[in-house]
Design a protein around this ligand. Structure first.
Ligand code: ACO
Length: 322
């Protein structure tokens, strides 16, 4: 019976405007040396006119063109984002309308930088339940959530979108997963708080709209909780995993996780040097780049660990073969 999920295509799209560390140094008190040595980031793409839905629609159109199936054969569309165009409609519904996926249900997942992993885990359950085909896209225009006068956050993030097609297969490709959240650490990373201004409640203005992060807390969380999570999902298979695709926040986080897991650093793919932290888009962007480069080949049975971690706090890993 065909009810195992399988990733059958990947695609990505980033805004054309590429902003280097040197360009940021002209806008704020920072330097290429500081950003590169602390994060491994050299450049990021920042939108000059496309919102999150525009980026995600580009990805959906590429996925459909690549796989050659009609848009109305899609059963569902899931978009992971923390920077949607609107609170309602969802970005996923905007994608559904734009591509003519008339038979698909569509909704967004909000789990910050873990959003793609949470969305993909959800998609797998839909396929297990009998749906045949869907899209999972991570897309962000985090630039609209940044205080561009705050050098401690503005240099870290980038805009972009990427996604996958998930289809039913008679062979198992999703082997293990472990998703987690800890709302008691919600203040470690916040963004987008809108104040009440109704006839019934005028909330005192706060400055919580822009993204705020306790960098040290996030670093510790990523190198402690996330390491435990990957270890649990990898179990005895740690050394047989071909590639580890982790959320791309910071090169030093990945170096430390690799050391703690005692897995060769070469097995951890990275591309934050060119994109910065694209939140929910980072893992599918990394996956698509590796597929385009031939490092990862869909249909080859390579074993991958996909791990997200971010605000909420949220984190989780999926062990898949492709
Ligand atoms: N350029 C120059 N100097 C800067 C900049 C900048 N862009 N940003 C901060 N500084 C200064 C600070 O003001 C501080 O100066 P001071 O010592 O005079 O006060 C100094 O650099 C050190 O600041 P810290 O915040 O302590 O720097 P740290 O070494 O912790 O590095 C960083 C900051 C890179 C954010 C680090 O904490 C980190 O890697 N955290 C992980 C979090 C992360 O990457 N989050 C991404 C988003 S979250 C997610 O995706 C899950």
């Amino acid at each position: 019976m065909k009810n195992y999920a399988k990733i059958t295509a990947t695609a990505s799209y980033v805004p054309a405007n590429r902003v280097t560390n040197d360009q940021l140094s002209e806008m704020m008190e920072t330097s290429d040396e500081w950003i590169t040595s602390r994060t491994g980031i050299h450049a990021r793409h920042i939108t000059t006119g496309e919102d999150t839905s525009d980026l995600c629609i580009q990805v959906a159109e590429k996925l459909i063109a690549e796989t050659n199936f009609p848009a109305d054969s899609l059963d569902f569309i899931i978009v992971a984002t923390m920077s949607p165009d609107y609170t309602c409609p969802s970005v996923a519904c905007m994608v559904q309308g734009a591509i003519g996926a008339t038979q698909a249900f569509a909704f967004d997942v909000t789990a910050a930088c873990s959003g793609f992993v949470f969305g993909l885990a959800t998609a797998e359950k839909f396929i297990r339940g009998g749906y045949q085909r869907g899209l999972v896209i991570g897309g962000e225009t985090t630039s609209k959530l940044l205080d561009w006068e705050d050098r401690s956050t503005a240099v870290l993030f980038g805009d972009g979108a990427a996604g996958v097609v998930v289809e039913a297969s008679d062979v198992q490709h999703f082997h293990r997963e472990l998703l987690a959240s800890d709302g008691t650490r919600q203040k470690s990373l916040t963004a987008g708080k809108k104040n009440f201004d109704s006839p019934f409640w005028q909330e005192p203005p706060t400055d919580e709209y822009f993204l705020q992060m306790n960098g040290r807390d996030i670093f510790d969380f990523a190198t402690r909780d996330v390491v435990k999570n990957i270890s649990a999902v990898a179990a005895e298979e740690k050394d047989t995993i071909d590639y580890y695709l982790l959320h791309q926040a910071n090169e030093r986080i990945i170096d430390k996780i690799a050391r703690k897991l005692k897995v060769p650093r070469e097995k951890f793919l990275t591309n934050m040097a060119d994109y910065g932290n694209t939140s929910a888009a980072s893992i599918p962007l990394l996956l698509d780049e590796a597929v385009q480069a031939g490092t990862i080949q869909l249909g080859s049975n390579q074993k991958l660990m996909l791990t997200g971690y971010g605000g909420g706090l949220t984190w989780g890993s999926l062990l898949v073969t492709v």
